[in-house]
Write a new protein. Structure first.
Ligand SMILES: [Zn+2]
Ligand SMILES: [Zn+2]
Length: 256
């Protein structure tokens, strides 16, 4: 059995849990260790079961809790080599104990218990940003967030995936008419910013994704509306879906 939970998704902190009940892994860790423990407890998971944490990128809302977790619980950390090489200050700030940080290349496979993971490149304003593919029991789970645009590799990976966690950060009109300063609006909408609702549905369409479920994640509190996205998904999602409002959603495949 594999189960997963979006522990948090969006500007207030990001973390995604995958677990078979005894071995757990996290993608990103943007919370204090105390807050992470509280969020894990909601899914009957202990921090001790977390055998590794994988980073998508080094923006603080995705990475600030990685160092404390590694220091307190000796949790191994996996980061894309390009992120490590290009952002030595951000890596230093995480203060990961030596021996616990592993640098990985794109598509390099990492095995943790029953899980095999590899990363693929994403287009975001943080060098070395990646998304992750998690394989378990012959099925593939894809996490694609913090990406200003998508590419052929991602389309192919989505087509092969059973469950997709896909960024739907903003509604185009809400962003443009909203309160953000112009430079920030431009940054978010740029090819190294975030995926809009339009982008997310275009990606679903182009990839021909026919897995069992899509989770819409990393919604902006200011520039998106859960209702709007729900309505749209109801009309045009090709598969069952969940809009992860405030990053609180979960699921499982298989039985215990
Ligand atoms: Zn980011
Ligand atoms: Zn983010």
């Amino acid at each position: 059995m594999i189960r997963w939970a979006v522990l948090g998704s969006g500007s207030s902190g990001n973390s995604y849990l995958f677990s078979d009940g005894s071995v757990s892994i996290l993608i990103d860790q943007g919370f204090s260790v105390a807050e992470l423990k509280r969020r894990l407890a909601r899914f009957s998971t202990t921090v001790e079961s977390v055998k590794a944490v994988f980073a998508t990128h080094l923006h603080p809302d995705h990475s600030r809790g990685i160092g404390p977790l590694a220091r307190m619980h000796h949790t191994p950390v996996y980061v894309h080599a390009q992120a490590i090489a290009s952002q030595p200050t951000a890596i230093d700030r995480l203060n990961i104990p030596s021996g616990l940080l592993t640098s990985v290349e794109l598509f390099e496979q990492v095995e943790i218990g029953p899980f095999t993971l590899f990363c693929f490149a994403t287009s975001h304003d943080c060098t070395g940003s990646v998304g992750w593919i998690i394989s378990y029991g012959g099925q593939q789970y894809m996490l694609l967030t913090d990406a200003g645009m998508t590419d052929e590799v991602q389309l192919r990976l989505a087509q092969e995936s059973e469950v997709l966690f896909l960024e739907a950060n903003y509604d185009q009109a809400m962003l443009m008419n909203g309160p953000y300063p112009l430079y920030l609006k431009r940054r978010i909408a740029s090819s190294s910013g975030h995926l809009s609702n339009d982008d997310a549905f275009a990606f679903l369409d182009q990839s021909g994704f026919r897995g069992s479920h899509v989770y819409f994640i990393h919604l902006s509190d200011t520039n998106n509306s859960v209702d709007l996205l729900e309505q749209r998904a109801q009309r045009s999602s090709p598969v069952p879906y969940t809009v992860c409002a405030k990053g609180q959603c979960y699921g499982m495949i298989g039985s215990t």
